[in-house]
Write a protein that binds this ligand. Structure first.
Ligand SMILES: [Fe+2]
Length: 340
């Protein structure tokens, strides 16, 4: 089921921009993304066969791909090796390209940020798992962010995978309520860091893709739950929206994870011309089954608190996106469609 023909591995070196271009079948009008997060290798993942059944053009790891929580790199590498031995994942890997990012547990520290001492070593182990070649420029730069482009004659899909850990400034504990965190003072601290922001500005600025998929381990829109999220850096949420507007990037869609629940969030940015969707899909092997509700002013539809993965079908001919949360045995748990 090899549906991709890599046409060139173009390392466009502009500062430290790296874009890997791939072309799917020339006449393919629908591009299928499957993604998911929060995967304990010590638990059984029942979803690999269902993921494969969606015939994805790419599988995107959304973070917490293993739960390592360690500075011991051989222990971390062993967990990735165990993941690589999972038969369902091996089957997926045969025909489906795999890209992705990390979150805190595979980074190496729960709720960890820039302060994590072993981050450079951990990055190399992560890049090994992603099968990034030893001579890739990604081995030399800080952080695991990356750009991927897929083209058909109907248009392109660009996937910009972010790193929300390597550069992340300290977050603010909430000592007044029972929530874990509260937003930093406006303007204080950074989630992406200066270099990654510069890269993102260039990548969105030079994009001629019909869809620009932003992969963020943590949620961009939902901001009242008190856990990790872009909402703890409210100035960077605004910066992101302004960037989408300024670059006039088409079809910006955010994919996130981390929460052990799955939900759609959406805001209207009038000048953008289309709704900004944040599709959260989590987790693959364990979910927040006791979930009893939490406020999210941007939620569309219901929260899914059983194991699931996300599917996004991008129709490049009609500029439409079909979003699905999928559970065991391929059961569609929630879905929505949007026009771009
Ligand atoms: Fe998780």
């Amino acid at each position: 089921m090899k549906r991709f023909i890599p046409i060139l591995f173009a390392f466009v070196l502009c500062g430290c921009v790296t874009t890997k271009r791939e072309r799917i079948a020339e006449d393919q009008a629908t591009f299928v993304i499957a993604f998911g997060s929060c995967n304990k290798v010590e638990l059984e993942n029942h979803l690999w066969d269902d993921i494969l059944s969606t015939k994805p053009d790419v599988w995107i790891w959304g973070g917490d791909n293993i739960y390592a929580d360690t500075e011991d790199m051989s222990q971390m590498a062993n967990m990735y090796a165990a993941q690589n031995q999972v038969p369902g994942y091996q089957k997926l890997r045969i025909g489906v390209p795999v890209i992705g990012t990390w979150d805190d547990h595979d980074y190496g520290r729960n709720d960890g940020g820039a302060e994590f001492n072993a981050k450079r070593e951990s990055q190399q182990v992560f890049l090994d798992f992603m099968k990034v070649p030893q001579d890739s420029p990604r081995r030399e730069r800080d952080g695991v962010y990356s750009s991927h482009e897929y083209a058909t004659r109907y248009g392109k899909v660009k996937v910009l995978v972010l790193d929300t850990r390597f550069f992340r400034s300290p977050v603010t504990p909430d000592l007044d309520t029972d929530k874990r965190l509260k937003p930093n003072a406006y303007g204080e601290g950074t989630l992406l860091g200066a270099e990654q922001w510069k890269w993102l500005e260039e990548e969105l600025g030079n994009s001629d893709a019909s869809f620009n998929i932003i992969v963020s381990s943590i949620q961009l829109l939902s901001n009242l739950h008190g856990f990790e999220g872009w909402g703890n850096f409210p100035h960077e949420v605004d910066r992101f929206k302004e960037l989408a507007l300024k670059t006039e990037a088409k079809g910006v869609i955010v994919l996130s994870g981390d929460r052990h629940i799955s939900e759609f969030s959406e805001i209207k940015v009038p000048a953008l011309g289309y709704p900004l969707v944040d599709f959260t899909s989590s987790g693959l092997t364990h979910a927040y089954r006791d979930f009893s509700g939490e406020p999210n002013p941007y939620r569309i539809g219901k929260v899914i608190s059983t194991e699931s993965f996300g599917v996004v079908r991008l129709n490049l001919k009609e500029n439409k996106a079909h979003f699905e949360m999928v559970g065991d045995e391929g059961k569609v748990l929630a879905s929505m469609k949007r026009a771009y």
